[in-house]
Design a protein around this ligand. Structure first.
Ligand code: GRF
Length: 198
């Protein structure tokens, strides 16, 4: 299952990949923290069930975490993919499901919501994207895969982010597919999807 907060182009890449059965995984549901986003429309167009769980509808963050975990559990996913989901997940979700996140920088550099802007402002010549297992911190979990993207002269936040996202989508699909087909061990923790890990 995939969590989104925005345009959902990473989600789209997963939806497209899962059209081929050989991919080994399918998107069982899409969850969001807000209404009216393109990510939800993409899911609907693909016939994938959706739900929205807003932080503001709950008295506390913990209650939101609990409600989100319950909604996710309804779909019994083997894996939760945070793909442009702009909320920090709580202990109930993280304790119940393996969660991977895609981040538009080479972690541990430029954690947080403004990774591309901050990389540009710092003046790095090389940035990229990271797929990692989510833990309780912000963009701190064990790295699964990374790929570099060069900063070009004249790049602004949008142009650089678009180039990163082109790589990000391919990397995310590759990693989720591999997890689905073979399972994946990272920092001693084995994530199994579909079939048992050999
Ligand atoms: C991606 O760059 C993701 O890493 C970041 O937000 C972007 C989401 O893009 N957190 P999209 O919604 O998948 O198009």
């Amino acid at each position: 299952m995939v969590l989104v907060s925005g345009s959902g182009t990473n989600l789209q890449a997963l939806l497209d990949a899962s059209a081929d059965e050989a991919f080994g995984a399918r998107v069982v549901a899409v969850g969001a923290d807000r209404d009216g986003i393109e990510g939800l429309s993409r899911a609907e167009r693909s016939g994938v069930p959706t739900f929205v769980q807003k932080v503001g509808d709950h008295a506390t963050r913990d209650q939101w975490d609990e409600a989100l975990a319950a909604r996710i559990a309804d779909f019994k996913p083997d894996l939760v993919v945070s793909a442009g989901f702009m909320k920090i997940l709580g202990s109930r979700v993280l304790g119940s499901f393996p969660v991977v996140n895609t981040h538009p920088a080479l972690l541990p550099a430029f954690q947080g919501a403004h990774a591309v802007r901050e990389a540009l402002a710092y003046g790095v010549r090389l940035t990229g994207c990271t797929v990692h297992l989510v833990d309780a911190g912000v963009d701190t979990g064990p790295v699964i895969a990374q790929e570099a993207v060069a900063v070009q002269d004249g790049d602004d936040e949008d142009s650089l982010h678009e180039r990163i996202k082109t790589v990000e989508r391919r990397l995310l699909v590759e990693i989720v597919g591999r997890m689905a087909r073979d399972g994946w061990t990272v920092s001693g923790r084995t994530v199994r999807l579909g079939r048992p890990t050999r």
